[in-house]
Design a protein around this ligand. Structure first.
Ligand code: NOJ
Length: 754
């Protein structure tokens, strides 16, 4: 009976059937529409189109829209989504965590899960029940504007961290007040568009998808992620939103996903206007729904288009009903129908957001994310210098420090444009509070991170204040003046929000504006210089390396970044972050990810090495770790077993520290060319000075297989090289060979399908 959908004691599937049976075609298709904009716009969309989803509405704005939805005939609540991808970034004053690439450098599922939980808690306090995160694109080319939103270049690491983040968002029970539905995006291969040009074509085969870009999604879907967002781009010419194989065969059939698929912003409309593959939105809407898309983000005419195609018989009733059932299922699961509190912002909002516990977690994450790239022994600063000159565009810059998708980011269209100054500890603030008692601190910005003439994406309006790119007072001359009278220069360099994100790909990845000129001028003072990089992604820093006694990459470290950096400089905490994206020497090296396939002529370029400046997995510490005695529990394994890899690690230095022990595997001879190493496990350990530990990493043999040209998963019997060490760099890895003799079914095989 129709009213059964209101009965919370009935199983969700029964409630879905009851509700579907009482819905008009318009009410059904309306659930498939996601709107955006003012409450007035929302009211129109609810009354005309019965919309089911809304994005970027929060607080009172959200409450007003929800009340309007509740007053409709069926009163189906709206599911509100928001881009909260490293903290609730679009909410003024929220706790901002380091960006995803930064987080990944901590190699810590625990920190990722905590970030997810805290983000969900703050998001829920302001109303939404859904976050558009985790971002599961694999980092390929640093020119891409969105590289910093990824977990870096390794699919295994990204899968584990994405799964942890998803656990944090969703918890064990989506009905919990602090749980939000997660969204795995951007499905799929969005990180590999040609030439790093955002939203163009990913020219990748199915085999490449299966081997390189889908496993990360499979991992996060297996973790229970309830929604998936399609990528903007095409894959071999087919928009992800219309990619039937991806959305139906892979996602639904192979992975048995029963949540829902949402498009990215207007991808249905863009397939007509920008990709030119449909005559009109009716055709495009039909193609999207037939391919397996269930909710369209903001496409004008999608509602009418789906109804028209349905009436013409181009889309069957079964297809629409299944799509709506998938959407309603998630709404029931998050408790929207049963718990009025779950529909609205929480009254205790102010006590929740930016509370001490959240700030503490943001600090811990920022500390663990920083990667020490260079150190000639100047760090840690055990004796405070008398005078410190803090210079550079990112020393005291909220926007750069908070990073993409936070207030000031172009996408924060509906957010309040200014994040409260007192809720960001800039690097300058951090240095003041850590060294201010013993040292005199001078500050001059010196120059901007970009030139005022640089063109940024014009489809968004960055919310940075007018005058943001005006020449800083005193310019480079002032920075030099304070450097001259100081004992130490701390140069805080990097990029700013307007140089990153959608539409902001870069063709030159050297530090922007006059930063190289600033460093060259400072170098002439002969003062020791520590460079702190506040960057969204790796940059080409060859021209400044000679001037720096130490380089610490802090990424976009979030609200507590200043305290984190200062604690590391002081040596209160030992740096432990390791790179998750190979750091190139020149832009021409792109792509330079560690797991490329081998050849023989590509070992160097005419003018430089083909090796990155800093390899994947690299990061310095104030201590050193010695690896020895690599062992495995056996010599020969079946396909359904796990290899237990053991290695002894000793803290051979004088200070305590954390180490990220990495395990790579190579299939010694494979019938298809394979990467020379792939990360298959890691362990993060803490060792007191002088302490040793036997570290155990378990590698499932099944994870050593691959997809062949027929799309079958294959594990070939034979030898595998196990490599363990502090980074992916060959010279640092201990290695040992093991053999795989049989497949999972214990039959002897030379290439069994798993
Ligand atoms: C644009 C972005 O590509 C996506 O990541 C985001 O979640 C949506 N639009 C919503 O803002």
């Amino acid at each position: 009976m129709f009213e059964d959908y209101k009965n919370s004691s009935l199983p969700i599937e029964r409630r879905i059937c009851a509700l579907l049976a009482g819905m008009t075609p318009e009410e059904k298709v309306g659930q498939m529409v996601m709107g955006a904009g003012s409450p007035e716009r929302a009211r129109q969309l609810i009354q005309k189109n019965f919309i089911g989803g809304y994005l970027h509405a929060m607080g009172e704005h959200l409450a007003e829209i929800q009340r309007c939805a509740e007053s409709t005939r069926l009163g189906i609540p709206i599911l509100f989504g928001v881009d909260a991808i490293h903290g609730h970034g679009l909410w003024k004053g929220a706790t901002i965590f380091p960006t995803q690439i930064a987080l990944s450098c901590a190699w810590s599922p625990v920190l990722a899960e905590t970030m997810g939980l805290i983000t969900a808690t703050e998001v829920r306090a302001t109303g939404p029940q859904w976050v558009f995160s985790p971002q599961l694109d694999i980092g390929r080319d640093i020119r891409w504007g969105r590289l910093g939103e990824t977990f870096g270049e390794d699919a295994f690491l990204a899968g584990e961290l994405g799964a942890a983040l998803c656990r944090g968002y969703q918890g064990n029970d989506l009905r919990h007040q602090n749980a939000v539905a997660a969204c795995a995006k951007h499905f799929a291969a969005y990180g590999d568009t040609v030439g790093a040009r955002d939203s163009t074509d990913s020219d990748v085969s199915r085999k490449k998808l299966l081997n390189d870009y889908l496993p990360v999604f499979e991992r996060v879907i297996a973790e229970g992620c309830r929604t998936v967002m399609t990528g903007y781009q095409t894959i071999e010419g087919i928009p992800c939103t219309m990619h039937r194989w991806l959305l139906r065969e892979v996602l639904r059939e192979r992975w048995e996903f029963n949540g829902f698929v949402v498009t990215d912003w207007d991808t249905v409309g863009l397939s007509v206007r920008k990709q030119f593959i449909f005559q009109n939105v009716v055709e495009a809407s039909a193609a999207a729904v037939l391919a397996g898309t269930e909710m369209a983000m903001t496409t004008e005419g999608f509602f009418e288009g789906v109804l028209a195609a349905w009436r013409k018989g181009e889309i069957g009733t079964g297809t629409v009903d299944t799509a709506v059932a998938n959407l309603l299922r998630v709404k029931f699961e998050v408790g929207l129908f049963d718990d009025p509190k779950k529909r609205y912002p929480l009254p205790e909002r102010e006590e929740i957001i930016y509370c001490a516990a959240h700030r503490k977690a943001a600090l811990e994450t920022a500390v663990a994310s920083c990667v020490l790239l260079e150190n000639n022994g100047i760090l840690p600063l055990r004796t405070p210098p008398k005078k410190i000159a803090v210079v550079g565009p990112n020393a005291d810059d909220l926007f750069a420090q908070l990073g993409g998708w936070s207030i000031g980011a172009p996408q924060g269209e509906f957010a309040d444009p200014i994040h409260p100054r007192e809720r960001v500890v800039t690097i300058l603030d951090g240095i003041h509070s850590a060294f201010g008692e013993a040292s005199e601190i001078l500050y001059a910005k010196g120059c901007n991170a970009m030139h005022g003439t640089d063109k940024v994406a014009d489809f968004f309006l960055p919310h940075q204040p007018v005058g943001y790119l005006d020449e800083p007072e005193g310019g480079i001359g002032e920075a030099l003046r304070i450097a001259e009278e100081s004992d130490l220069v701390v140069a805080v360099l990097g990029d700013t929000q307007s140089q990153v994100g959608e539409g902001n790909d870069r063709s030159d990845m050297r530090l922007g504006g006059d930063q190289e000129v600033l460093v060259a001028a400072l170098q002439k003072t002969d003062k020791p210089m520590i460079v702190i990089l506040v960057v969204s992604k790796p940059h080409i820093i060859e021209n400044i390396l000679g001037a720096a006694s130490a380089v610490l990459c802090a990424w976009n470290p979030g609200s507590e970044g200043g305290h984190a950096v200062a604690a590391l400089l002081k040596g209160e905490i030992n740096p432990s972050g390791k790179l998750t994206q190979s750091w190139p020497r020149s832009i021409g090296q792109q792509p330079v990810h560690y797991d490329q396939k081998p050849g023989w002529h590509a070992t160097r370029f005419v003018s430089e090495s083909a090796e990155p400046r800093y390899p994947f997995g690299f990061g310095l510490s104030y201590t050193s770790f010695a690896y020895s005695d690599l062992q495995t529990d056996k010599e020969t394994y079946h396909a359904d077993e796990a290899i237990r890899v053991r290695v002894s690690v000793k803290n051979a230095g004088e200070v305590d520290g954390d180490e990220i022990v990495q395990c790579y595997v190579r299939d010694v001879v494979r019938s298809e060319v394979a990467p020379l190493k792939q990360l298959k496990g890691w362990a993060k350990i803490s060792l007191a000075a002088g302490e040793s530990q036997e570290v155990c990493i378990s590698v499932p043999v099944a994870s050593l297989g691959f997809y062949n040209g027929e799309g079958e998963q294959v594990l070939e019997a034979g030898e595998f090289l196990i490599m363990v060490g502090p980074s992916s760099e060959n010279g640092q890895l201990l290695s040992k060979t093991i053999a795989v003799t049989t497949a999972a079914n214990h039959e002897t095989t030379e290439g069994n399908t798993i």
